[in-house]
Design a protein around this ligand. Sequence first.
Ligand code: 2P0
Length: 339
Amino acid sequence: MSTTLDVSRRAAAQAQPNIALIKYWGKRDLRLNLPVVGSLSITLDTLWTRTEVRFDDALSADTMTLNGKVDAKQLKRTSACLDLLRARAGVTTRAEVISENNFPTGAGLASSASGFAAMVMAGDAALGLRLTPAEQSVLARRCSGSAARSIFGGYVEWAHGQQADGEDSVATPLLEAAAWPLSVAVAITSTAEKAIGSTEGMNRTADTSPYQQAWIDSQDADLAEARAAIAARDFERLADISEHSCLKMHALALAAKPGLLYWNAATVAAMHCVRGLRAKGLPVFFTIDAGPQLKAVCLPSAAAAVAAALREVPGVLNVVETGLGGPARLIPVADLAAA
Ligand code: 2P0
């Protein structure tokens, strides 16, 4: 087995964050990063991570640069992800990783989803592994759970899986973005990095929340309901089940000890704003992840009114409008330098 590469190899990829409508929260295997529940998401369009991976035998250690700054904090997880790629290739060559996000990192905007999906795709190409998208999804899952979903575009389901080795806990695309193009308005209420990361939050929840088993037991019905709503392009049905899953996940986490409170005052005000718009007949619902941003999902006909209303909510700093996007993809290495 070769432990070095003959030449310096590099590739770049772009992936977009995804937003879960039926949430992932909880791990059944920490090492393999297997979830206690399946989840279902939409991949976004105009928010992205672009990542270049360059394997070079001259390097003595991996390096990670995020948005132009050396990022020591992300290096451990980056190296762990690169180790999975190196193991597949049978090499020990270290890599330089250069990554750019066009949105705030670590603030509940799913930067780890797009980040690790892009890294796996670029690393795969740089090493010439020729993985299938499903294999990329499995590797991305091990780096960050939600990254499994960002390999694909549109509507995506990440399966809980049955196998002990986790190889069937993989995302699959349900429907292309163009088949039911929804709009998303992200209300940014803070750009600070969250105090408690998702992994820590999930583990605390599993250890201390009295609702953990109820969460697990009710997930399959929620997934079936969301799948049916998407198949029927039934917005009201998708809205109801998505808000339910979001509020249930937060109720579960709020009941941990100590309770996990990811919302700020503006998040709650924005929830009331969206509920008010919906009561007036606008096709819109909210979802919120492990951070204070609110994502309003709506039919494109309502997008301008939803964004305008959220901009008026006290404490909302900015509203980013986007549609649904496609899968992760390779990009020319030069694109990153131009970003
Ligand atoms: C989700 N979240 O389904 C849920 C809802 C946040 C709330 O996936 O520990 O960064 O890397 O597997 O994927 C965020 O968790 O967690 C997340 P790890 P990840 O989108």
